[in-house]
Design a protein around this ligand. Structure first.
Ligand SMILES: [Zn+2]
Length: 456
């Protein structure tokens, strides 16, 4: 066994090194190879590491980065799978990187973002101290499937984590329903109040009481089907969260000021990111910090200095103006970008890059569930909208149907032209790319305007 572990670690480390040499970091291949050589490898490497696992449909990466900031500020020794490789191969490679050749851990904690479907297997090996479930929404990949599959996968992950404290989003009816089916200690977190004055309404995003099969009603909604839900028939209702955002003080361009309730204490907090979804990411990260017994005020402080690295909300300084990049992967997430855009006060250039590669989901019909109609109402704010990516033509059609005049839609056949065009004008830019479009754009933007490779 010891030899097997040694050779598997060696192979993984060497292959990771070689791939990086060729500029291909953050892939799952070395980890997969190591698992083939030693199937028990992940369990062996994780044995003496305290693990936090983050799963759910939206917000995994940003939540993980916030938790990381909290751990960093608390001066704990940790590592994280920052590259977004969140299946068992990528996670194994990350553990190998933070182990000695004999498989002894170099860090005390691991912050692991994990795909919902992979959580069952990953959790069995990691035996985590804490699991955060962000939310359960329909993703593009299971558009015609059933969210209950996602929910069951997460549940199996929790079943395989008997020692974990489980942090559940109280405002998400599906996520919070997990509490009835597990024996773990649960930390509910949530937002006690609505966030936007008039959030865009979601299509087909209804949640039903599992007992009565009637649609939930709401005392308030935050976005999607998140909020103060209750069943008009049996009285089932949102659980009272012990860690919550109790008041939204100011939704700014770059930050959100809120009041938080942590157990029975109140504190002001600044979340160094805009948007309703980031309020949830922040309060979820706070729940984890409390489950892991980290000082709440130090944690709040970490949220105010947090800056996002990879993906979700990243900034590029283009000299004359700034570009913000927000990953989109489904209608719910994109509607949040629309909510964010409609709160802007300065004229802005909006760019949409839609691909249909495997990483994006090959079915892009969800763009018809995004409320682009709201953008058509905001012509003062958005003169032109730029469109690029493999499915640029579909996107242009969608915008046209939303009521945006054809002469305001500019289609770019390649990213070089797109980048040239956005960097030569003075308006602030918001770019919404799907996953593979983001990877490509990001590499080009980093080369043009600076920025680190994401696995650094
Ligand atoms: Zn009911």
């Amino acid at each position: 066994m010891k030899f097997r572990i040694f050779w598997a670690i060696l192979a993984c480390k060497v292959l990771t090194g070689i791939l990086r040499l060729f500029g291909r970091g953050g892939t799952a291949i070395p980890g997969k190879l190591a698992l083939q050589m030693c199937p028990q490898l992940l369990g062996e490497l994780a044995k003496d590491v305290h693990c936090v696992v983050i799963t759910g449909t939206n917000g995994k990466t940003t939540s993980a980065r916030m938790i990381e900031e909290i751990f960093a500020k608390a001066k704990t020794s940790y590592f994280a799978n920052r590259s977004g490789a969140n299946l068992i191969g990528g996670i194994t490679a990350e553990f190998v990187e933070h182990s000695t050749m004999r498989g002894k851990p170099l860090k005390k904690y691991a912050i692991i973002e994990c795909d919902e479907a992979a959580s069952k297997e990953v959790c069995r090996y990691l035996d985590p101290d804490c699991i955060l479930v962000t939310n359960v929404f329909r993703d593009q990949l299971d558009r015609f499937g059933d969210v209950s599959n996602t929910l069951e996968s997460i549940l199996l992950g929790i079943y395989n984590s008997p020692h974990a404290k489980v942090c559940l989003n109280a405002d998400c009816p599906l996520t919070s329903s997990l509490a009835n089916r597990i024996d773990n200690t649960v930390f509910f977190y949530g937002v006690d109040t609505s966030i936007y004055k008039s959030p865009v309404s979601e299509i087909d995003e209804a949640a039903y009481c599992p007992r009565c099969k009637v649609e939930y009603e709401y005392s308030y909604r935050t976005f999607g089907y998140l909020g103060g839900f209750y069943c008009p028939k049996c009285g089932t209702k949102r659980e009272w969260p012990i860690i919550a955002v109790s008041e939204i003080k100011d939704c700014g361009l770059d930050t959100t000021k809120v009041k938080m309730r942590i157990f029975n204490e109140y504190a002001d907090a600044t979340i160094n990111l805009p948007g309703a979804y980031n309020i949830y990411n922040a309060i979820g990260a706070m729940a984890v910090s409390q489950a892991m017994l980290i000082d709440p005020f130090a944690s709040i402080n970490a949220l105010s200095t947090f800056s996002c690295g990879f993906g979700r909300m990243e900034q590029f300084d283009m000299g004359q103006s700034k570009a913000r990049m927000i990953l989109v992967k489904n209608a719910t997430g994109f509607n949040q970008v629309i909510n964010y855009l409609s709160e802007l006060t300065d004229k802005t250039l909006f760019v949409c890059c839609i691909n249909d590669n495997t990483g994006d989901g090959t079915d892009i019909s969800w763009i018809w569930d995004v409320r682009f109609e709201r953008l058509a109402e905001l012509t003062e704010l958005f003169g032109e909208i730029y469109v690029s990516g493999i499915r640029r033509d579909d996107m242009a059609v969608r915008l046209k149907y939303a009521g945006i005049p054809t002469e305001h839609i500019r289609v770019f056949d390649n990213y070089d032209e797109l980048i040239k065009s956005i960097s030569s004008q003075e308006l602030p830019v918001v770019i919404a790319p799907t996953y593979s479009a983001m990877m490509e754009l990001r590499a080009k933007m980093s080369a043009a305007f600076g920025g680190k490779d994401f696995w650094e």
